[in-house]
Ligand binder design. Structure first.
Ligand code: ATP
Length: 271
């Protein structure tokens, strides 16, 4: 894509790992995330954030994005993300929520350009326009550019949300169930795209997933939460195991190799 380098931006130009130290989050008097330490998650890698419903995945992602008060520390290289003002932090982190907010009357292209210009770096309108159009094309939704945001389907809205996150040129990309509204073709296309961009740009990508086969095939690392605690962290293949599946999800499962040699989860039943 033209004009998409880090030049002329305020983004840090070093490739940095993400580390989380003793993170805890409470809602009122109820602590829902307990003493989470993660990483380093290296630049250029995709981490699947896994765990059953209510285990704390969205809460962790929102805490990483700076959208929830949290105790503990979050480091991107030598930058203490948790100590930054939200505007400064937004230069480093882009977050795609699980439930997208209602949109105002705006065309898709305009919405992506607004996201580009809100990303912290000053860019002129022509640059924002070119970058936004190029990204929509690369996501396969260029034909939606002049469509009204409030006239999109759920899946189209999710793809535009991903474009809005990516166009801001973050170092940390935080995606909460970005596949939930997508058909099979778009699920694979989005994961290929996200993994490719993560490697190419040296991003740290953390992505909440419920499909463990997607995690096995597209994520370098996996982090598993259960009841607000860290159950495991490491290379996806080492983490997504029958033992983990039993502990986290209460299911009996096997990891087998498909005819092409790829790992695949087969669930035999619930415990
Ligand atoms: N605003 C809130 N106020 C009080 N409790 C909350 C709030 N948001 C989340 N929780 C609680 O925090 C816990 C973790 O919720 P979270 O949404 O992070 O789980 P999750 O793993 O993302 O779940 P799911 O897979 O169902 O989306 C749950 O017990 C939930 O009820």
């Amino acid at each position: 894509m033209t004009g998409y380098s880090r030049a002329h931006t305020h983004m840090p130009d070093t490739l940095s790992s993400l580390r989380v130290e003793h993170l805890a989050v409470s809602f009122g008097r109820q602590e829902v995330l307990h003493d989470i330490s993660l990483g380093p998650l290296p630049a250029g890698t995709t981490t699947a954030l896994l765990g059953p419903n209510g285990s704390g995945k969205s809460t962790l992602l929102r805490a990483l994005a700076g959208l929830l008060p949290a105790r503990g520390a979050i480091w991107l290289g030598e930058h203490g993300l948790d100590r930054m003002a939200s505007r400064e932090r937004a230069r480093f982190c882009a977050y795609l929520p699980q439930t997208l907010p209602p949109t105002v009357a705006m065309e898709v292209l305009e919405a992506v350009m607004v996201a580009r210009q809100a990303g912290g770096a000053r860019v002129d309108t022509a640059t924002a326009l070119a970058e936004s159009l190029a990204l929509l094309d690369r996501l396969g939704i260029g034909e939606l550019a002049l469509r009204q945001m409030n006239a999109l389907s759920g899946g189209q809205r999710q793809l535009v949300g991903l474009a809005q996150a990516l166009v801001r040129r973050p170092q940390v990309l935080l995606l909460d169930e970005p596949l939930s509204a997508l058909d099979l073709h778009h699920q694979v296309a989005v994961m290929d795209f996200v993994q490719g961009e993560t490697r190419r740009r040296g991003l740290v990508t953390v992505i909440v997933l419920h499909d463990l086969n997607v995690a096995l095939q597209h994520a370098d690392h996996a982090v598993v939460l259960c009841e607000g605690r860290l159950l495991g962290e490491g290379p996806s293949l080492a983490i997504v195991t029958p033992d983990m599946l039993r502990k986290a999800y209460d299911v009996r499962a096997r990891i087998e190799q498909c005819s092409r040699g790829r790992p695949c989860v087969i669930v035999d039943g619930i415990v």
